[in-house]
Design a protein around this ligand. Structure first.
Ligand code: 5RP
Length: 229
């Protein structure tokens, strides 16, 4: 799929999600190119119908800046009780609505917002939908202090970790950590890998989002929208 077509699909999925946002609610807004379209649609609703929200929290400084450019006030997650709905993108999603996220290195904040949301909707183009989680390296955020030891441990497990780079420097996350991308595709037992990573000292968070998503809005190249719940 070429980038223009993919962008058109992302835009369509984003519009369907933006139309579901209820005025006066607490909204979580994720990160990425699909979410960028979602924020544009929210901005349009604000301009056309004066959409107001009780609170908005977001998962990256990029999304925050864009929301503020439309005049939305953005709060910190710690300042709100619970989020009614979070809309985010995903890198892969399987038939059980489990996903890989973190392509934009924002996985830690994304997971924190997601698990504190009553409902999570992901917006994707059809290229992201797979039977089993595969075709995208799994991002793992690690503390700099023990990153080499964690990398070695993951290598021994056959998970093929590589540091994500920004030029010739290790990419640094919002929290000052590094990302190891694991080359394991398909992921044979996602729950088993998630459990292992959850219990590995030095791992801050990983991009396996299991049993978190409630609904996926998929824009297809045949012009239809599929809502998987
Ligand atoms: C960022 C993410 C994004 O949601 C994911 O990478 C999808 O991005 P895009 O909409 O640009 O394809 O998890 O950490």
């Amino acid at each position: 799929m070429d980038k223009n077509t993919q962008d058109e699909l992302k835009k369509e999925a984003a519009k369907v999600a933006a139309d579901k946002v209820q005025a006066g609610s607490v909204l979580g807004v994720g990160t990425g190119s699909t979410v960028k379209f979602f924020i544009d649609w929210l901005g349009e609703r604000k301009e056309k119908e004066g959409l107001t929200l009780k609170h908005i929290v977001t998962t990256s400084s990029r999304s925050k800046k864009q929301l503020e450019s439309y005049g939305f006030k953005v709060d910190e997650l710690a300042d709100v009780d619970e989020v009614d709905l979070t809309v985010d993108g995903a890198d892969r999603v399987d038939s059980q609505l489990n996903g890989i996220k973190g392509g934009g290195a924002a996985l830690t904040l994304e997971k924190n917002v997601a698990v504190n949301s009553k409902k999570n909707i992901w917006i994707v183009d059809e290229s992201k939908v797979v039977d089993h989680l595969s075709g995208f390296k799994l991002p793992v955020e690690v503390l700099p202090v023990s990153c080499m030891q964690v990398k070695k441990r993951l290598e021994k497990e056959g998970l093929n970790p590589e540091f994500r780079m920004n030029g010739n420097q290790k990419l640094t996350t919002h929290y000052g950590n590094y990302i190891l991308d694991l080359d394991v595709s398909p992921i044979p037992v996602p729950a088993g890998l998630a459990d292992y990573l959850d219990h590995t000292v030095g791992v801050v968070e990983h991009g396996l989002f299991l049993n978190i998503c409630d609904e996926v809005i998929v824009a297809k190249s045949n012009g239809t929208i599929q809502e998987i719940k």
